[in-house]
Write a protein that binds this ligand. Sequence first.
Ligand code: CP
Length: 335
Amino acid sequence: MKEFNDLASFKPEQIVELLRLAKQLEESPEPRALEGKVLALLFLSPSLRTLASFQAAMTRLGGGSFVISPNMSIHGLETRPGIVMDGVAAEHIREAVPVIASYGDAIGIRAFAERRNLEDDLDDKEYMALRELCDIPLINMESAINHPCQSLADWKTMDDLEIPANGGKFVLTWAFHPRALPLAVPAATVHMAAMRGMDVTVLRPDGFELPDSIMHKARKAAAASGGSVEETSDRASALNGAHVVYAKSWSATRHYGDRPADEDLRRGLENWCVDESWFDTGADDCRFMHCLPVRRGVVVTDRVLDGPRSIVIQEARNRMYAQMAVLHKMLGPTP
Ligand code: CP
């Protein structure tokens, strides 16, 4: 495997094989599988889980890793193309990435959306430019429009808990947040659940519709898997019969890049905070999922998050096993 950028780049059976390997590595550790291998981790955006789980994954497989981020004591890092570097930044990403890559056997890159231009972010323009600078295997640790490691871990979590694939109802719901957040997780999640064969409903207030290209990609995956994808603002119908409520906030796509207009639109939507009443008409064992970090009392109530429906810690833990499988395929003895 040369790249892990998008679940859509893989056949369903390849994803199933990765999930099988993740389970195998969870149950039968291979502490020498990546002996002598080095993973370079470039974080242009903040992280807790991704950073810790990749380092833990490499260590558990016998390899090593190093982290570079602008918050460390490195030279100021310039990312804008074609800029005259007469300001604070002393190093350009065009040199930094190849240098970092030259120390590793694979590289992971995190670069969140700039959230200025929707088309650029949908095209993953910044990440694709960074990808061109890498000549070693590359892992997307969250770009403007994708978070494949989160999706693989979420898929594994649902498999672990035997949440139905075909016939399972997956509700991806927008949730209130004081800030406009990227589209990466909702875009990756709607596609993942559709690829898994679930009946996916995207629930969101008006103005927060997911862009056509994201929905088209998910519908294509659903057509192949036997699942379905729909979008609504009708909370009651969306939650009826749900097996999973996956909460995430995202930017108002109607006013993408326009912060005051986004703030105006989300004002009054504070009741989009998942509480127990959201599960009244769901399946008996309907689960609550979130990629974390999550704002308590804003996105979801303490009672849901601390209660038996919540599987957010399992999702976070599975990041490590899912990434161990990716690294094993990329750098290890697995053909
Ligand atoms: N879910 C996730 O990617 O978490 P971090 O942003 O903490 O890495």
